[in-house]
Design a protein around this ligand. Structure first.
Ligand SMILES: Nc1ncnc2c1ncn2[C@@H]1O[C@H](COP(=O)(O)OP(=O)(O)OP(=O)(O)O)[C@@H](O)[C@H]1O
Length: 700
């Protein structure tokens, strides 16, 4: 049965072909249901008639009733206006028209009594409404059916064609004339509706658009927010359960010699409890013959690399290959060197493959991967784009920084006969709510414990006037044998400016730290990758004491001897970036310092960020704050593939609903993943009716 809601919008009374075209183009409203889903952005209160005396500059929209005591056309030509004065015995109100004067003159008479509605302004100390709505007064209108009138989002084009926010409301009203409760059947289990005391689905839509009372509107909006979260979570959880049930993955049946030898003889330190826990989770996942899809969130410096190495050995022990993808060439190179060193005592062949690997070498690596003589390959994302084929890829580890989406993950599956296990590692913690919505289909592990012996990084905020002292401080640290980073912002919109800033900064630093007492490395995005690499290496090896750089070093670089991080113009960085940058120091057991330099004038949000940075070092707390300050859409690199496109709900403001919806969705998905029970029939039918829109491919 096709529902009336799928009717094309041109069939709605009052629409017609021309308006339909506009609605489609301007608001993407194609059907009745699309119009129903256009929610008003506010309501104007028509439930009350206010005494004129009480109107104030804060009144916003108001409704009054009064008698017209004068009507006068004022001004000439372009400045012409119509002014009517109305009184209700408590005060005088001016009604003014600049346009449509002949029309207004026909509708208003001296001595007539009217209901007037509009936005209250003040002109020469008197309340005034420009272009008011006007109706002849009748007791019935006031006492009959007062309501909150919806105002809808409109566009300039729509307004020009007579469809402003309030007229769209009239269309929605028309729509409700044609709709009954049966057109909006329940989509949640009855038990759940009752437990949360939700309005029925029909009533929900009605009250969202035309609320009888403000509290009913709130109730209706709450249900819709719950629905948005609930269906998103349900879909992700069912996908996860189905994947667990159906997927086939490489079986890592044993913990073999390589893993054991490395663990016993080569591990340079005792693993933290968090590292051990995550390894256990990985072993469990990979030992079932199902495909693992796991997100590992580790705070900066929590020691993800060693977890990755052990997981890769597990793969090799079981006759599979592994790959590790890093977000930049520098990091791939660094991982390659570090991991090759660690694995030197073992009989494991490790290769590097990045965009700048020369073609002869590349061919060889590609051949070795296909033949299976290379066990582990480390590279950049070029690894998935290149025609790389493995003999038997068992595990792909992606060091992702939020940049690795569903599509890339899927492309990894084609690299080998059986889809490999996938471990996505993020170094910037993701707020819980964001992880739930954007990565809800993955299993996830958290590493929130730092290796022992780390000291908190002393973080301070300094203005330009404090620069000489900052420079002296760096000198004193270098004198102790330590190294320092000085970071300049990379502003993408104005790369040239950022480059000039960096060069100026470099000259300044050089003036403070002259050769040959001091040596400086500089790394920035305009350098060829071998130059970058050499400069980086000199710093890593301790040949240079200072690294001046744009944020190319933001992620992952590991130089435990560096103890000072100076961030120039730090107000220009986002919180997670600042946290990442700060994480480059404090990686050894020495006391480290982070100095946030800023200009003297800071905006509210920048001040807030600096405050957060100087008060906590916990990446998970910082991530929550970042989300609060900037919203999910602005979180750096957040996956934007629709997971967060909620119409009404906000993962920041509606956390409680998200938690509740998740709890219910998990419960239902686990108990009845195919939604076959009678109780769950409303959900099933609803999802099937949404097919195509929600990628509900599995249960049909
Ligand atoms: N259990 C441990 N005990 C002592 N040191 C450790 C331990 N685990 C890792 N380390 C050391 O801590 C430093 C940071 O580790 P690693 O580079 O793996 O961090 P990470 O989690 O990748 O951090 P980031 O994302 O900030 O790069 C390294 O020098 C590493 O050798």
């Amino acid at each position: 049965m096709t529902s009336i809601l799928s009717s094309p919008i041109e069939y709605l009374k009052g629409v017609g072909p021309q308006r339909a075209d506009l609605l489609k183009k301007e608001l993407q409203v194609f059907t009745f249901k699309d119009l129903l889903d256009c929610f008003p952005f506010r309501h104007v209160d028509k439930t009350q008639v206010r005494p004129i005396r009480e109107l104030s500059p804060q009144s916003d929209y108001a409704q009054v009733s009064g008698t017209v005591i004068s009507i006068e056309e004022q001004g000439e030509k372009r400045g012409k206006r119509l002014v009517a004065v109305v009184t209700d015995g408590t005060g005088m109100l001016e009604l003014t028209w600049f346009q449509g004067i002949p029309w207004a003159l026909k509708r208003i008479q001296r001595g007539g009594r009217y209901l007037v509605f509009g936005k209250v302004g003040f002109f020469m100390g008197r309340p005034q409404i420009v272009h008011p709505e006007l109706e002849e007064f009748s007791e019935e209108k006031v006492n009959g059916k007062p309501f909150l009138e919806p105002v809808y989002p409109s566009t300039e084009k729509l307004k020009a064609r007579g469809l402003n926010g309030r007229q769209i409301g009239k269309l929605v009203w028309q729509l409700f004339e044609a709709l009954g409760p049966r057109d909006l059947p329940e989509n949640l289990p009855a038990e759940l509706v009752e437990r949360f005391r939700f309005l029925s689905r029909y009533e929900t839509y009605r009250q969202v658009h035309f609320p009888a009372r403000p509290e009913l509107q709130t109730k209706a909006v709450d249900r819709l927010k719950f629905e948005e979260f609930f269906f998103a979570q349900l879909r992700l959880n069912i996908l996860k359960i189905q994947r667990h049930k159906e997927s086939h993955g490489p079986l890592f049946a044993k913990v073999g010699d390589l893993f054991n030898t490395f663990y016993k003889d080569c591990l340079p330190f005792e693993l933290t409890n968090a590292q051990k826990r995550v390894l256990r989770e990985i072993r469990q996942d990979t030992g079932l013959g199902k495909q693992m899809n796991r997100l590992l969130q580790g705070d900066v410096g929590s020691g993800k690399t060693i977890v990755a190495v052990l997981a890769l050995l597990l793969a090799v022990d079981n006759g599979f290959q592994g790959c590790l993808m890093a977000p930049t060439e520098i990091l791939a190179q660094q991982h390659f060197e570090g991991i090759s060193r660690l694995l030197e005592p073992l009989d494991v062949r490790v290769a590097l493959l990045t965009g700048s690997t020369r073609s002869k070498e590349r061919k060889e690596v590609l051949r070795n991967l296909q033949e299976g003589s290379v066990h582990i390959v480390i590279g950049t994302h070029a690894l998935i784009e290149d025609p790389v084929q493995f003999r038997a890829l068992g595990l792909a580890i992606v060091d992702e920084q939020h940049r690795f989406g569903v599509a890339q993950r899927a492309s990894l599956w084609k690299k080998s006969v059986v889809p490999p296990h996938i471990l996505v590692m993020t170094a910037t913690p993701i707020p819980r709510t964001l992880a739930m919505t954007a990565y809800g289909d993955l299993d996830y592990s958290i590493m929130d414990e730092l290796p022992p012996g780390r000291q908190p990084i002393v973080t301070v905020h300094r203005h330009e006037s404090g620069r000489p002292k900052v420079m002296d401080f760096i000198k004193s640290e270098i004198a102790k044998g330590r190294q320092a980073y000085i970071i300049f912002p990379l502003i993408e919109e104005s790369e040239k400016l950022a480059y000039e800033d960096l060069m100026k900064g470099y000259d300044n630093v050089k003036a403070y730290f002259p050769e040959p007492t001091y040596w400086i490395s500089m790394v920035h995005g305009r350098q060829a990758s071998d130059v970058k690499e050499t400069n980086m290496q000199r710093f890593v090896q301790g040949d240079t004491q200072i690294m001046v750089s744009t944020t190319v070093i933001e992620v992952g670089v590991n130089v435990p001897n560096a103890s000072v991080m100076v961030i120039e113009s730090s107000e220009k960085f986002g919180l997670s970036q600042l946290h990442q940058l700060r994480g480059r120091v404090g990686r050894g057991s020495e006391q480290s310092y982070c100095i946030l330099m800023t200009g003297s004038k800071l905006g509210q949000e920048a001040r807030e960020r600096i405050k957060v940075m100087t008060s906590t070092q916990n990446g998970f707390e910082i991530a929550e704050k970042d989300l609060e300050l900037r919203g999910p859409g602005d979180i750096e690199g957040t996956r934007q593939s629709g997971e967060l496109n909620f119409r009404l709900a906000s993962i920041v403001q509606d956390k409680q609903w998200l938690e509740l919806a998740k709890r219910e969705a998990v419960r239902i998905a686990e108990a009845d993943p195919e939604l076959l029970s009678d109780d769950h029939r409303p959900i099933r039918e609803f999802l099937l009716s949404q097919k195509g829109k929600t990628a509900w491919s599995k249960i049909s």
